[in-house]
Design a protein around this ligand. Sequence first.
Ligand code: PSV
Ligand code: MN
Length: 386
Amino acid sequence: MTEAVRAALRAQRIELPSWAFGNSGTRFKVFGQRGVPRTPFEKVEDAARVHAFTGVAPTVALHIPWDRVDDYSRLAGFAKELGVGLGTINANVFQDDDYMLGSVTNPDPVVRRKAIDHLLECVDIAGQVGVRDVKLWFSDGTNYPGQDSIRARQDRLAEALQETYDRLGDDQRLLLEYKLFEPAFYTTDVPDWGTAYAHCLRLGPKAQVVIDTGHHAPGTNIEFIVAFLLREGKLGAFDFNSRFYADDDLMVGAADPFQLFRIMHEIVSADALKAEAGVAFMLDQCHNIEPKIPAQIRSVMNVQEATAKALLVDRDALTGAQQAGDVLGANAVLMDAYNTDVRPLLADVRREMGLDPDPVGAYQRSGYTEKIVAGRVGGQQAGWGA
Ligand code: PSV
Ligand code: MN
């Protein structure tokens, strides 16, 4: 049992978002931090540090156009030299002036064409660097009742998704992310997992749903969604983060570590932790006030801790109690695992992997922060929207 748990923890993979290393903030203020990357290459350098100290974060997702470069193969080669690789390509059809009334669901066909062309560009970039996943999130929606036809917008969305889907290579996937609201306040065109699931079902096997943990109404039972989509073979990926109120994009496991455990319990129960299961575990976070690289390391560790606890659930005892209708017994099995201190286990796993058992401490002692603060002077710091 323990060796199986250790092996699963060693094999776990968590993808980092390039944008987590750039400056971010709220609509009130972006506080710049010293040493922040100025180019996608510098973001990859920082991501490579997170992998160096955790050993389980070997890929970095890009966001286009924030991470647009002339030569993606060169960026991929650079990443490889640093021991990491490029990951999911995220499309961005939410920041151009033309998209005020929507991107792929905009009433204007010229704007829709422009948005679809960007989605196709993202599929092509992914193809160039051999990346499997293209992730789509649409800010599209309306602010006022009557502003546009809810139904016509679904038709336009379906058309755009179909054209993008048709462009995918054999080994590529379209990952569709939903979000309850924001920036649209009345209707959102992909507001929930049901809408995303229905579109993906129509598209076919290469279309799957992304669960961003911050994109639900308060109190939503996310692990139910996880269990349902896994059962249907339609869970493509997570965007992990945590939230207290809305889409806060705080460090995963910071607001509700028990929820993260419950999610990972569904993953482990469905044997979906292994890479072959096809679920991508990504972070999608913004570090507005905390230093970014250690915050990413901490986030990876939080996912590892929730995973370790989920792996420790005594599944035979759980099934036995469930089948016997033993409500308290079944709940106790789960809580025993959740209440286990898995930090010593993870420290051991890190030693086995040749890593320092204390990744945050090791990073802080490494001198990397001092190096980037001294070296990254001048130029334009990367930030949300650049
Ligand atoms: C939208 O809120 C989102 O979660 C999508 O994944 C975007 O691509 C990402 O945030 C980046 O800001
Ligand atoms: Mn997201």
